[in-house]
Design a protein around this ligand. Structure first.
Ligand code: ZN
Length: 255
């Protein structure tokens, strides 16, 4: 089989960081196309070991990645505080930080924004599930702050990469959905567009970009792979297109 992980181009150059985003389809031994559903809540997650087939070409397959029971909140876990980091799906939360080499960490998305943050100087990585609710709770900013407060990271050394998620082109929401953004993001017309039908187009990538800038991340250190999962539903799972499958975003440090 052949599984080609998608990369955030600007993160490839960091040789102590492994990262990859799972594509929707892969080629089986007989060259037919099969779906790569890496939803850990699916029954076949452990039986099929597809996650291992995805991680092997990346060199991050030695054990199951640590992941969370994602709940669209702002809870952050640091791997060095967890006694059994090989058992995933137990803790409720939406961001993981690792300072531990060879420990793979993963989040799962379908339209929500997967975010990788990396301290290039201290070699510390984080993966974040930033959907509408997590973004309104500034989960990216809070994860950056955790790196700064716990590990002494300097925001100037942190790079932020956005993976594939629903774009501002395809995310129509009601006015009420924007209320939670007013606490941290005013004015919200920086990442929303009012439509004639009284609804709004919401751009989560711009919102998270603004959040990262607010935390002191340099503009030139914020990278977007610029893929909308709804427009590119042939390449990635999309919740808005009613897909049950999930995309895995994985990161692992090398010593
Ligand atoms: Zn789109």
């Amino acid at each position: 089989m052949q599984i080609d992980a998608v990369k955030i181009p600007s993160l490839i150059k960091f040789n102590k960081l492994i990262h990859g985003i799972s594509p929707r389809f892969y080629l089986t031994e007989d060259q037919s196309k099969a779906e790569l559903n890496l939803n850990p809540k699916a029954n076949d997650w452990r039986r099929d070991n597809l996650w291992k087939d995805f991680l092997r070409p990346l060199g991050a397959h030695q054990h199951e990645p640590f992941f969370l029971n994602q709940v669209h909140g702002d809870q952050i876990y640091c791997i060095d505080e967890i006694s059994q980091p090989h058992i995933g799906g137990v803790f409720m939360g939406d961001a993981i930080i690792s300072s531990v080499p060879n420990q793979n960490i993963a989040i799962f998305t379908a339209d929500c924004l997967p975010v990788i943050i990396y301290d290039t100087y201290l070699n510390i990585v984080g993966v974040i599930h930033a959907g509408r609710k997590g973004t309104s709770l500034i989960i990216v900013g809070k994860t950056i702050r955790k790196m700064v407060e716990k590990y002494g990271s300097d925001p100037k050394n942190i790079v932020v990469g956005f993976g594939p998620g629903v774009g501002g082109c395809c995310y129509e929401v009601d006015y009420e959905c924007l209320e939670p953004f007013r606490d941290f993001y005013s004015p919200i017309n920086r990442f929303t567009i009012a439509k004639e039908n009284k609804k709004y187009m919401l751009d989560l990538k711009i919102a998270n970009h603004l959040n990262a800038l607010d935390e002191g991340i340099l503009k030139e250190n914020i990278f977007d792979c610029d893929i909308c999962t709804v427009c590119n539903n042939d390449l990635f799972f999309s919740h808005r297109k009613m897909d049950a499958g999930r995309t895995m975003t994985v990161a692992m440090l090398l010593p």
